[in-house]
Ligand binder design. Structure first.
Ligand SMILES: *Cc1c(COP(=O)(O)O)cnc(C)c1O
Length: 473
């Protein structure tokens, strides 16, 4: 499979192999990599996957995307390694809440949020590719809470990787912070930025845009802008739909959305032939995506802290991948549009593009009060406690979900990661799994930096091993 940058306006565009798209993360022109074509699974191909294990489904669904990069057995070995540490034998189990409503539990990985499903695979994948090439990378990433710990858990102590994670100071939960700052590994560095998640993301983008810096440290990204993460997330949509009867039955998904990564993966699954009736973009009060789908204008507002901090985002990076597709894969037009978006805070979108997006997605906004009442009412009705992000999706599913297909709400994180919000809703703190409980006694390493590129680059420069230093060891 070849990959294109969403901002490549040349004819023909540059075509990158999977490995290069994987290691680069973000394209040098600022675009995101997308596959040149969508692989298709017809009904017979989907039927052949019924009853298969998560790893087997992952192998089949991802095979076309990694084609040319790795042998089948080597890939199968990586997938097996990636999902071995998950606490549930089904990896991504479904739980029925109501006659037609399901929860897809995506919190059985080591850091208890859905980010593990992609990052536990990316760690070994990076190591495999880098070892073969005799290379090393410096991973820089921004996190609104859960990506950072999942990336750190996937990359800690790996020889060919140094990892730097930026997070918004005082805007993530204590558990989220401790999951990052208590990891003692020498190749792991966290930076608390005096700013928002969008500021962190801008700093990461600016480091990538600094050509010399990027080259010196062989920068790489594991944020959801990395195509391989989207690819890995496509798998659980297939697994869930197959378990509920695909291809004979079509299903709907409600997805708590921040950076548009997870719900975009659902869209990719649909493009690949998975029968999906409705895709719900569930946003919190930071509702830029819901405003776009419902009103047609994508205008950046101020980021407001909410009870679902991993969704406190105004600039949803992965939306560019959808825009690219809806703009007829015209990289030049995408580059123009997103330059204007940066400059003016408003994304140019034709009426036709908007209407196509509306045909693909339903969107709904849920505020903090809605989060609390949903956690509480769902607990009373079913005995299940959901975390505040999953509550956004659950509330959206209940508000705008169609009744003609099973509705699967994505449970994006374990409720114990957001114990304060849960306590406000139900009056008690959810039981913490052992993995979380031990964090509270471990020492933390915290570095606070201003929202300034120079300060962050200096921090990285002083700590990252340069590619040649590792070669010499
Ligand atoms: C990352 C995250 C989200 C947002 O997912 P996107 O892929 O950025 O849309 C929602 N909820 C939780 C718990 C998360 O960790």
């Amino acid at each position: 499979m070849a990959y294109l940058s969403t901002r490549d306006g040349r004819a023909p565009p540059v075509r990158l192999p999977f490995e290069d798209a994987l290691l680069a993360g973000l394209a040098p022109d600022g675009g995101l990599y997308v596959p040149e074509v969508w692989p298709r699974f017809d009904a017979a191909a989907l039927k052949a996957l019924q009853g298969k294990s998560y790893v087997e489904i992952a192998g089949a669904v991802t095979a076309p995307f990694i084609e040319g990069a790795m042998s089948g057995p080597a890939w199968r070995k990586l997938l097996t390694e990636a999902y071995r540490n998950f606490a549930h034998p089904a990896v991504a189990p479904l739980k029925q809440l109501d006659s037609n409503l399901w929860l897809l539990e995506l919190f059985h990985g080591p850091t208890l949020a859905f980010k593990d499903y992609a990052l536990q695979l990316l760690g070994p994948l990076f190591d495999h590719v880098l070892a073969r090439r005799g290379e090393r990378v410096t991973i820089v990433g921004a996190t609104s809470g859960d990506t950072g710990s999942a990336a750190i858990e996937a990359c800690r102590d790996r020889k060919a990787i140094d990892i730097f994670i930026l997070y918004p100071h005082n805007r993530i939960s204590e558990v989220q912070r401790r999951q990052m700052t208590t990891v003692p590994s020498a190749n792991v560095h966290t930076i608390a930025i005096e700013g928002t998640f969008d500021d962190c993301q801008d700093l990461v983008k600016a480091m990538f845009a600094d050509g010399q810096f990027r080259q010196t440290f062989n920068l790489s990204a594991v944020n959801s802008i990395n195509w391989a993460r989207i690819m890995a997330q496509v798998v659980y949509y297939f697994a869930a739909a197959l378990a509920l009867g695909a291809p004979d039955r079509s299903v709907s998904f409600s997805v708590p959305t921040g950076n548009f990564g997870n719900v975009y993966a659902a869209h990719v699954a649909r493009r690949m032939g998975l029968p999906i009736t409705q895709l719900v973009i569930a946003t919190n009060r930071n509702d830029i995506l819901a405003r776009f789908i419902n009103d047609g204008s994508m205008t950046i507002g101020a980021v407001e802290p909410s009870l679902s901090p991993a969704m406190d985002i105004q600039v949803s990076s992965n939306f560019e991948r959808l825009y690219f597709e809806l703009a007829g894969r015209d990289g030049g037009a995408v580059a123009d549009a997103f330059r204007k978006f940066r400059a003016t805070g408003s994304l140019p979108a034709s009426r036709a593009l908007w209407q196509e997006a509306r045909a693909l997605f339903t969107a709904h906004r849920v505020d903090d009060a809605g989060i609390l009442t949903t956690i509480e009412s769902n607990f009373r009705a079913t005995g299940e406690i959901v975390d505040p992000h999953s509550a956004v999706a659950l509330a959206a599913a209940q508000a705008v979900g169609r009744k003609d297909a099973p509705m699967v709400t994505l449970a994006a994180a374990h409720p114990a990661k957001f114990a304060d919000a849960v306590e406000r809703a139900v009056g008690f703190r959810p039981a913490a799994p052992e993995r979380l409980a031990v964090l509270m006694d471990k020492p933390e390493r915290i570095s606070v930096l201003p929202n300034e590129l120079a300060a962050v680059e200096r921090f990285v420069r002083e700590r990252a091993r340069r590619p040649q230093e590792v070669a010499k060891q």
